[in-house]
Design a protein around this ligand. Structure first.
Ligand code: MN
Ligand code: MN
Length: 473
């Protein structure tokens, strides 16, 4: 036992020994605050132009070209390259001074988001109204998609071989679409007395798209026919074209500042565009790193990372092999394995922030908080870390040291308290290669909702953290 210490001594002791999470706003000077708000404007622009994975790839490619990255499938030499996989995932790299076989610094984020996809035979009429059938993609709370303006984004491959990009519901001049909900007066048995998981059915997520008839009351399916006529006249589409389409229903509208002080951003798709954008800005700035910087933007995370554009595909290997080839390093299997095995990755994905109204689902001492910086998550999973890649302490030590040195305000987080639920990220699919990997991203409120919330301070610290990572050895 120590003797009686003065208050000053006790404060010094605490400062030296205990970790106190730091609020980003307290760490920022006036010039930094300006940067935080400036960065948020760029980010909102990204959110508005990249609501789907295809749109994100287009945006990222345009950004890459502007920053001097070359398509690696066409390039002869250089230092900055990109590659696109089926228009739904993309990777950017800036070659480092060290040989590739000694590993890359990888930041892997995802550019798909929960939404409603059209089924392949979506169009029908019911009670003189025209609808589209949907199948939800990723983890949604179905009721959040009812009675709100929706937009249609997607791609249709037509019979004649041409293709069409649809983008309707975002401009003020555009119409929007919606899914109707039951009035409260009649919802008692159909909804109110049921469990939420049973009250809202996937097969009732039908999008209202029209109500004008053609012909007269002898005409069969005159509302659907009128819609088909509209689609043909406007876009040259016939019904069968929808079989070869990927059309996504997303919340209509732009990203917005939230709160009188405008310190938060509310928008659809911030999981994981907030990390994707931070990684993009960071890789766009890298000049001549010691270690090769690689930013991977992947599709299909929200449905388990399967599919040829998801994290379980071999796109990362393929791009890394291209890099080995273009640098003249040995491009064989051994070199590729060594490179990936020696790499360090940040799995750039969001985590949940402590929800002020549902604090009971979190364990407060380990939950991420809005405004406390970029969030490091050692493990995800559920039922005893099941399905998590669980980062190595040695690697956590490196990242912690790096962030402290680079004045990145960071915090730790977890996905809810033990056995409350859980989830995963693409970290484990990067870990397959034997590389170090740690989840690191922005905390969100209302995650997976049509209007997710993030703090501008945390968004900026995410970018600052990623930039420091790319600049590290
Ligand atoms: Mn995510
Ligand atoms: Mn998600």
């Amino acid at each position: 036992m120590k003797g009686k210490l003065s208050k000053k001594k006790i404060d010094q002791l605490r400062k030296r020994l205990a970790r106190k999470p730091q609020l980003v706003w307290d760490a920022l000077g006036p010039a930094d605050k300006k940067k935080v708000f400036g960065f948020a404007e760029k980010y909102k622009g990204f959110l508005d132009s990249a609501k789907t994975e295809r749109e994100a790839v287009r945006h990222i490619e345009a950004f890459a070209k502007k920053k001097g990255f070359k398509d690696i499938t066409k390039a002869k030499g250089g230092k900055k390259f990109y590659k696109i996989n089926r228009n739904k995932s993309i990777a950017l790299a800036v070659l480092g001074k060290s040989p590739l076989v000694s590993g890359v610094n990888l930041i892997a984020s995802h550019i798909d988001a929960p939404r409603l996809d059209l089924k392949q035979n979506p169009l029908y009429e019911e009670t003189d109204l025209v609808f589209l059938k949907t199948h939800y993609y990723g983890g949604i709370k179905k009721y959040q998609w009812l009675a709100r303006p929706l937009a249609i984004h997607g791609k249709v491959l037509k019979k004649d071989g041409s293709h069409l990009d649809l983008h309707v519901g975002e401009s003020d001049k555009d119409p929007v679409f919606t899914i109707s909900d039951l009035l409260p007066h009649l919802a008692r048995k159909a909804q109110a007395e049921k469990k939420v998981s049973e009250a809202f059915k996937g097969e009732k997520l039908n999008v209202l798209i029209g109500s004008l008839p053609m012909g007269d009351d002898e005409t069969e399916e005159r509302f659907k026919l009128a819609m088909l006529d509209y689609l043909f006249t406007t876009y040259g589409l016939v019904e069968e074209d929808l079989v070869s389409s990927e059309i996504e229903i997303v919340p209509a509208g732009k990203a917005r500042d939230v709160g009188w002080d405008q310190a938060l951003i509310g928008a659809y798709g911030q999981d994981d565009r907030v990390c994707a954008h931070a990684a993009l800005e960071a890789v766009g700035e890298i000049k001549a790193p010691q270690t090769t910087a690689l930013a991977l933007f992947i599709d299909k995370e929200e449905i388990g990372s399967d599919g040829s554009t998801g994290a379980k595909s071999r796109f990362l290997e393929d791009f890394t092999a291209d890099l080995l080839e273009i640098t003249g390093e040995e491009a064989g299997g051994k070199a590729l394995r060594s490179c990936l095995m020696s790499s360090r990755a940040l799995s750039a994905d969001v985590n949940c922030a402590l929800d002020p109204d549902y604090q009971e689902v979190h364990e407060k001492r380990n939950a991420a908080r809005i405004g406390y910086g970029v969030c490091i998550t050692k493990f995800t999973g559920s039922g005893g870390k099941f399905g998590s890649s669980d980062a190595n302490a040695e690697y956590l030590a490196q990242i912690r040291k790096l962030f402290n040195k680079s004045r990145v305000v960071w915090q730790t987080g977890e996905l809810g308290k033990i056995d409350e639920g859980g989830g995963g990220t693409i970290a484990k699919f990067m870990a397959v290669y034997g590389m170090e990997v740690l989840d690191c991203g922005t905390p969100l409120l209302s995650m997976h909702s049509p209007f997710e919330i993030a703090s501008k301070a945390d968004i900026y610290m995410t970018y600052k953290g990623y930039r420091a990572f790319f600049n590290s050895k």
